[in-house]
Design a binder for this molecule. Structure first.
Ligand code: UT7
Length: 358
């Protein structure tokens, strides 16, 4: 391993110091959906790769899921919640339009006094939030930022619309972003401790804003009897357009962030794409020229959990030994806006465990 990794992020080094995830217990299979919708397990599996998804019980909201994931991330970081300076919740299914879902997450996690806001960037939200957290910690604006991707998209779906209802699921994932010790510990002269966020590529193409949206409920089209009767509070998607967009931007954005960080596709050990559709992922991986065995997917079990999909993958990949300290990981989000966000990082806390305990 080289003594240091090139990075497009300037300022002090930052790393993910804690990771957690949570999915609700209730499993809804493709056959369950085929019993109430004009669809089939065969269609869903062949077109998307999804076999089942989780749906939160009535009464639970995105913050409820996010709180469980966030507490796990704090425990994993070994950080007292009071040390968190800022909580960012990335979500397309917030508890309410206001206040921010992040406020309840902060309160229930014991992050008293921390700033809290929600970030809306479609399914790219987690990578965007990670970028905002990394930039703020690198610049010294904050020391520890809790980034949560939390979704109860089941509440935003039209369960009579087979073109969207079969695609999504509920879940949450969270990370803590902290400064790290690259080059800063006694042992640094003998080698460094793995870990560090290297860089980002964030972007968007608003010409596609109509392709994925919840039309009503905001200031553009406030709630009314007509919007409710017209089912305008549910997600609408032009699947074909989003599909074409996604297969185009993933390879482009990955190429940009790799270039900025001075790395190549061959340096990537683990690719964690947003879990929208296996066909999108396979096409993008082919364009990237990457071996399929380096790609992590779990959409088969969870469907598209939007802002939760990437941290949910990170958590499972680490638990399965697929994501190890020192691995170079590429995270790639895309979704409504239309937006995309890529992040390159070296997995690990970037700290000497002995130094941490001392
Ligand atoms: O998180 C980011 C946001 N979302 C995405 O990334 C999704 C991107 N798009 C996609 O993944 C794909 O476009 C879909 C999976 C949504 C659709 O796959 P497709 O191969 O593009 O199918 P299609 O929309 O072209 O529809 C093909 C046929 C249509 O029937 P006709 O017109 O050919 O008779 C649809 O009505 O499949 C029909 N169809 C279904 N049939 C059974 C659409 N949904 C279903 C369904 N079950 N659930």
């Amino acid at each position: 391993m080289p003594a240091s990794r090139p990075a497009s992020l300037s300022g002090r080094p930052v790393a993910i110091s804690g990771l957690g995830a949570y999915v609700p217990k209730r499993v809804v299979t493709n056959d369950d959906l085929a019993a109430v919708l004009d669809t089939s397990d065969e269609w869903i599996t062949q077109r998307t790769g999804i076999r089942e998804r989780r749906v939160a019980d009535e009464g639970l909201s995105s913050s409820d899921l996010g709180i469980v994931a966030a507490r796990a991330a704090l425990t994993d970081a070994g950080l007292p919640p009071a040390e968190i300076d800022l909580v960012i919740t990335a979500t397309i299914s917030p508890d309410r339009i206001m206040p921010a879902t992040a406020s309840r997450v902060a309160k229930e996690c014991g992050c008293g006094g921390a700033g809290a806001y929600d970030l809306s960037a479609g399914c790219s939200g987690f990578v965007y939030a990670l970028a905002m957290a990394a930039g703020a910690v690198a610049a010294g604006l904050h020391d520890h930022v809790l980034v949560v991707g939390a979704e109860t998209i089941s509440r935003m779906l039209d369960w009579e619309d087979r073109s969207t209802a079969v695609l999504f699921g509920d879940g949450a994932g969270a990370v803590v972003v902290s400064p790290c010790d690259v080059g800063g510990t006694a042992q640094a002269s003998e080698g460094r401790f793995p870990g560090g966020i290297l860089g980002f590529d964030l972007g968007g193409d608003a010409s596609g804003e109509e392709y994925l949206m919840i039309p009503a409920g905001g200031s553009r089209l406030p709630a009314s009897r007509a919007t409710v009767e017209g089912r305008q509070h549910f997600m609408k998607m032009n699947g074909g357009e989003v599909y074409r967009f996604a297969t185009r931007v993933v390879a482009q954005s990955a190429g940009r962030v790799l270039g900025r960080c001075g790395l190549t596709v061959d340096d990537i050990d683990v690719f964690v794409p947003h879990q929208a559709n296996l066909r999108i992922i396979e096409k993008a991986v082919k364009k990237l020229g990457m071996d399929e065995d380096r790609v992590y997917t779990n959409l088969q079990k969870y469907g598209n959990t939007s802002c939760a999909s990437i941290p949910l993958c990170l958590s499972e990949a680490r638990a399965e030994g697929r994501l190890k300290d020192g691995d170079i990981a590429l995270l790639m989000g895309f979704g409504a806006g239309l937006t995309w966000g890529a992040c390159l990082l070296e997995w690990g806390r970037g700290r000497d465990p002995e130094h941490e305990r001392g």
